[in-house]
Each structure stands twice: as C-alpha cells, then as structure tokens.
Design a protein around this ligand. Structure first.
Ligand code: ADP
Length: 478
C-alpha cells in the first residue's frame, strides 16, 4: 500500500481517534486528580494545624501566658507542635512584640505582618506560601477585658508548618500514577489497534466481496455489521442490476444488428449464386436479378445509415446544432417532400398550422424524426387514406399531432414500437419496407430536445402520435 493510501485507511483513522481519546482523557484525569489530591491534603493539614493552635490559644488564656511566658505546659506544647508540624510557632502580644518563638530567634522583636494585623480584627488567617512551601496559620487569642468585660484580642499565635511531607507523598503518588498511566496507555493503544481493525473488517469484507464478483448471477454477501456496509452492498447490487440490463440490451442490440445486416447480404448472395449457377442466363434475368441486388444494397445502406445516426445520438447532446427555426415552414417542407410517396399510396396529407411557431431545434435531426412518423402513417395505412398533421403551441411548448386512418397498432405492440429493430407483425407479413429503427431514432431525437412523444391507437381505425417540444432549448438533454 502506498503511504498516502495507508494514511487514508479507515482502520488507521479509527486507531488515531482512539489513541487521541485515550491520551487526552488520561492527561485530564492525571492533572485533575493530582492537583486535587495535593489541594485536599494541604487543606486538611491547614485545618488540623488551625484546630491545634486554637486549642493552644484557649489554654494560653487559662494560663495567662501573655503576662507570664514561663508556663511549662504551654511551652512544651509549643515545641511539641512545632516538631510535629516541622515548623515554627510565634506568639505575639498586643504590642506586636514576639513573646515566644520556638526557634528562639525573634523573642523581643516586633512583628507587624499582614496576617497579624488581620488577626487582630478577630479572624483566623490561613495562607499557603507556594514558593517557600509553608502553610501559615494565624489565630487570635481572645480574652475578656478586665474593665469593660468585652471580648478582645490579647495576642496572636502565628504558626507555620512545612508541607514537604505532603508534597513528597503527592509527588510519589503522581509518579506511580505516571507509571500506571503509561502502562494503561500502552494497553489501550493495543486494544485500540484491535478495535480499529475489528471495526474496519466489515468494510474490508465488502470491498473484497465486490472485487471478486465476476458474474452477474453471483450472490453478494450480506454484510449487516453496519447499516452503512449493508447500504453499500445494496447499492452495489442495484448498480449490478442496471449493468446487467444494460449488458443484456447491448447483447440483444448486437445480435439484432448482425441479423439485420446479414439479411440483405444473404439475399444478395442467393441472387448472385443463382445467376452464377445458371449457364447462359438470359440478359433479362441478369437485369432482373441485378435490380433486386441493388434494392438489397439500398436496404443495407439504409440500415447502416440509421444505425450510425442512433450511435451518434447515443453520445448525448454534444452533436446537436440548435437554431431557432420556423416550425410551420419545416412541416410544410416535410409534407411537400413526402407528397409523391403519399400520392403513390393514395394518401391525403393534410397540414393544419394553428399558429406561427418558432422554436430552438436541430433542424436536420427534427426533420428526420417527424418524417419518420409521417412516413409510418403513409406506410401503415389503408389505400385510400389520410394523414393529418396539426401544429399548435402555448407559451412554453409546441405540439405536433400526427393522426392517420391506418391499420392501427395492437395493444400488445404499443409498448415496443420505440425499441430498436422492433417491427410489428403486420409490417413483416405485408412486406412493408423498414428497418425497425425509425421510431427509435425519433424518440431519441425528441428526448435530446427535452420533449416527449406519446402514442395512442385504435386497431383498424388509426394511430395518433403526439410530440411535445419546449420552444427554447435547454442544454444537457438525455
Ligand atoms: P419500421 O422501419 O418498421 O417502420 P419503426 O421504428 O418506424 O420501424 O416502427 C416500428 C413498428 O411500429 C413498425 O414496424 C410498425 O409495426 C409500427 N408502427 C409505427 N407507426 C405506425 C403507424 N402509424 N400505424 C401502424 N403501425 C405503426
């Protein structure tokens, strides 16, 4: 498979989608859970520390620690807490002076930090300093004012606790998470590859089945894994049916053509052979036979001309030479040209133009098409008889109706007369000349002009052909 083809493969794309989905969800989960865990643990630790300091604050009150910092119990608790929390505890009095420091560095110094000031308004202050990785907690120690009896802040306990242990734990968990994630991603990619190939299978089956079809009769597989695959198979089946019909009609056409082309040749051969075999054939006989041979050649010529015309028209509307023409004049010319043939058969040709009509059409092709219909009216008629041609139009379409007083067409034949090489029973028995291609050419011409042709007939009374054509030609006819 070429590289670009491989990139377009359904299987690869599904695989890529699965991999992206796995990676994205794994990353989101890791980031969310990792950050969450750290935040929760820090929060927990802050609360714990605040609680401890608050307990300490209330004990300080009892021991009156702000006036006498020598209390053993409080000092030992202070150092114990600072050890447990790996931090430092400062006790600051109302005058912002440090009266106790577990590090023993700042006793006697003044500390006017933001937390301390906020704490003096009675709030607990907690803060996590991300850069130094310390939790800071400031808790006010409240006591009753000896004079007014109101609660007032007697001092502040400022405690900090290291978060290294927490960060170590969360880092450790996240490292383990990474490993699990990598393993999971690898496993999921494996599963993804499997799933992608499983999902692509039905399409591969469809393509394999279609590729291996060699005959029209072969059964197609049912690939109902997906609605889409079954639709592809069904569409393929329909296409195959259409091709089959096309193939059958092509074969029939070829065999008809060969048969029709062979008939005059066979007659010529018989005529020539009988002349050859007869010694001293009289000149009269030669002339007679040669006349027949010439007729057969004319017929052959007629078939070939008609066939070429049809084949040319099969190519579509590309060979059309459309001009705006006067349809009344066109019909007059046709009837004039067919006059002698009609008179010979004692047929009265009547042309009735209800109005002046101009329309876009290929004059040569349309002349041929209309001539075919009128000629048929003359050929398949009683003697004497008539053929009436009526031209009418509205603002969009023109209508030409051609009615004859002829033999009519049996109901069973009506559906076939436009088929190539179709000739009615009577036409054969009566030995009326024709190729069976005339109406096929007519119909094709009319369709190329985006028009329609209809026929109605009463046996023994006559036939009417109705041709409807648009006045303006639209490119792209059938
Ligand atoms: P053909 O060369 O046989 O005339 P067409 O394609 O023109 O071929 O016509 C096909 C058949 O339709 C004819 O053989 C004939 O049986 C029948 N047909 C056509 N036009 C008429 C008509 N006006 N009256 C009776 N039958 C007709």
């Amino acid at each position: 498979m070429k590289r670009s083809e491989y990139l377009k493969s359904f299987r690869l794309r599904i695989f890529i989608v699965i991999v992206i989905a796995v990676l994205v969800s794994a990353t989101v989960m890791r980031v969310a859970s990792g950050a969450n865990l750290r935040d929760r643990m820090l929060d927990q630790r802050t609360k714990e520390l605040t609680e401890q300091i608050r307990v300490l604050a209330s004990r300080m009150k009892n021991y009156d620690f702000f006036r006498d910092t020598s209390s053993e119990a409080i000092n030992s608790q202070l150092s114990q807490l600072s050890t447990v929390y790996e931090g430092r505890i400062l006790v600051i009095d109302q005058g912002f002076r440090v009266i106790s420091d577990t590090y023993d560095i700042s006793v006697g110094k003044y500390m006017i930090g933001e937390e301390v000031i906020r704490c003096y308004s009675g709030q607990n202050v907690t803060n996590y300093d991300r850069s130094s990785r310390y939790i800071e907690v400031a808790v006010p120690v409240t006591e009753k004012d000896g004079v007014t009896g109101e609660m007032m802040v007697g001092g502040v306990i400022l405690a900090s606790a290291a978060t290294d242990a927490i960060l170590r734990t969360t880092d450790d968990i996240s490292r383990r998470g990474w490993i699990i994630e990598i393993v999971l991603v690898v496993v999921m990619i494996g599963i993804g590859a499997g799933v992608a190939s499983l999902m692509a299978k039905p399409f591969e089956r469809v393509s394999k089945a279609m590729g291996s079809v060699v005959s029209f009769e072969e059964d197609l597989p049912v690939v109902s894994d997906y609605k889409e695959t079954q639709e592809i198979v069904d569409s393929f089946h329909k296409l195959r049916q259409r091709l089959k019909t096309l193939d059958e009609s092509r074969q029939e056409f070829v065999s008809n053509v060969s048969h029709e082309l062979k008939t005059p040749i066979a007659s010529i051969k018989v005529l020539a052979d009988s002349l050859n075999m007869q010694e001293d054939a009289p000149l009269e006989m030669y002339k007679d036979f040669m006349h027949d041979i010439s007729d057969e050649i004319d017929r052959e010529n007629e078939i070939i001309t008609d066939l070429l015309e049809l084949v040319r028209m099969d190519k579509g509307s590309s060979g059309m030479h459309v001009e705006n023409i006067k349809v009344n004049e066109l019909l007059e010319q046709i009837t004039k040209r067919l006059g002698p043939l009609a008179r010979k058969s004692e047929i009265d040709l009547i042309l009735e133009s209800r109005r002046e009509v101009n329309a876009d059409m290929d004059e040569v092709k349309m002349t041929r098409a209309i001539t075919n219909i009128i000629e048929n009216g003359i050929k398949y008629n009683k003697h004497p008889g008539w053929v009436r041609i009526v031209l009418d139009a509205d603002h969009q379409y023109l209508t030409i109706t051609i009615t004859d007083s002829g033999t009519g067409i049996p109901e069973s034949e009506l559906g076939h007369i436009f088929e190539r090489f179709y000739r009615g029973d009577k036409s054969h028995s009566k030995e009326i000349s024709g190729t069976g291609l005339g109406l096929a050419i007519t119909r094709k011409t009319i369709l190329l002009h985006r028009g329609s042709i209809d026929v109605s007939s009463v046996l023994g009374e006559g036939t009417t052909f109705t041709v409807k054509l648009p006045l303006s030609y639209i490119e792209g006819g059938r």
